[in-house]
Write a new protein. Structure first.
Length: 403
């Protein structure tokens, strides 16, 4: 009897999940007419005409609005940050990479949290090395042990002369709606849990990446001025939030980040605000629930988040079969954000007005985009495009122009 009840519950949950996917809009004809918040008019009505006005007024208020209404606060205060280095006995990449683990121990109000940061550096070259950090919601120990897994393509990154770094969000804020408060939210910032605009999962993951940058600034083997933060899917959402808040990152990569990441919320294509808040209520603030089914009332949209990264580099990647993440909406965000680069920083970009659904890549100054064939994942071809773009940004000679 118990097994029968369990089976019925399982069938209901699976059918509900499938129905939710089927109910998603995948037709461009059903996308609402887009009326988007203006990039250049402040909430007080000030017209932004210079990079200084952007940085002092508009950029700051946009980030604050995203913090209050969507991602949550990103506290930076703590009492102590220590780095303890260890060399693992097992290194599956020892033919071409040195491997170390940095235990980042953060203390606040008598409590502490430890976060392992895994770093691989080229053995045959001398540092300091440019660095690429992956925010991982997949189990890092398994990723490192599986040398064939492309999600964290260590050999590919290191062979191009980069340091490859990764941390597991499990040690910051568990990617689980029942356990998300385990980590820094309970140990370091418990007051955030009581706030409707308090830190939640995605802000916590961005916080973790910022602590990694704190270490990169001190490591003589790392050139922190040539740094990139990467995230896939939910990690891509966190990477964008990190890049917007922390200007130390030279490049911010968003891989198939979709709703709550690079995709425009007002398109209501694929995953929507209501769907993401229902499935992953621990990623965003309580305030974000206000916009379930009411995306048009948001005081911002995702193109504004990408614009706050200017004039630093930002890269958006999509996959042709990943309609849930809305590739066109991801591209349009980048296209709209490019106006800040063009008009306020005199960085001339010319992203096409019409979206190309065939596989292609665009590298224009500090802006990059690619659409590859395939499904929702982070694979070798993505890393190839990311590394080509980084080579271009950092003036590294082995940049492959046939991208």
């Amino acid at each position: 009897m118990k097994k029968s009840i369990f089976f019925l519950i399982l069938i209901f949950c699976l059918s509900h999940s499938i129905t939710a996917q089927q109910e998603a809009n995948y037709e461009e004809s059903k996308v609402p007419d887009l009326v988007l918040p203006d990039l250049f008019i402040s909430y007080q009505g000030q017209v932004i005409q210079s990079d200084l006005e952007w940085e002092k007024v508009r950029r700051q208020e946009i980030i604050q609005s995203f913090a209050d209404q969507m991602y949550g606060q990103l506290p930076i205060d703590y009492d102590e940050l220590r780095f303890e280095e260890s060399i693992p006995q097992l290194n599956p990449y020892n033919e071409y990479a040195d491997y170390k683990i940095i235990n980042m121990k953060v203390s606040r109000n008598g409590n502490s949290q430890s976060i392992p940061l895994h770093i691989f550096t080229p053995t045959r070259e001398r540092g300091p090395f440019p660095v690429i950090l992956l925010i991982s919601h997949r189990q890092v120990d398994k990723l490192i042990a599986d040398t064939e897994d492309q999600f964290f393509s260590i050999q590919q990154i290191v062979s191009r002369g980069y340091a490859a770094a990764i941390f597991d969000v499990e040690f910051v804020s568990a990617d689980d709606k029942e356990r998300y408060d385990e980590g820094i939210l309970k140990s370091l910032y418990p007051e955030q849990l009581e706030m409707p605009n308090g830190m939640r999962g995605l802000s916590a993951w961005a916080w973790g990446a910022m602590r990694a940058m704190d270490f990169f600034e001190k490591d003589p083997l790392i050139d922190h001025t040539k740094s990139a933060v990467v995230g896939h899917s939910r990690g891509g959402k966190a990477a964008l939030w990190c890049g917007a808040n922390d200007t130390r990152w030279a490049i911010t990569y968003s891989n198939e980040s979709g709703c709550g990441g690079a995709a425009l919320s007002r398109r209501k294509f694929g995953e929507t605000v209501e769907k993401i808040n229902t499935a992953f209520p621990y990623w965003f603030t309580d305030n974000f629930d206000t916009y379930n089914g009411n995306e048009e009332t948001l005081p911002f949209d995702q193109h504004q988040l990408l614009a706050t990264i200017a004039p630093r580099a930002v890269y958006v990647a999509s996959a042709s079969e990943d309609l849930w993440a809305d590739p066109k909406g991801e591209y349009l965000s980048l296209k709209l954000a490019s106006r800040v680069y063009d008009q306020l920083y005199n960085v001339i970009t010319d992203l096409p007005d019409h979206y190309d659904f065939s596989p292609h890549s665009i590298h224009q100054g500090p802006l990059g985009y690619h659409l590859r064939e395939g499904k929702h994942n982070l694979i070798s071809i993505d890393w190839e495009k990311f590394l080509d773009f980084a080579d271009l940004q950092f003036g590294i000679k082995n940049f492959n122009k046939n991208n």
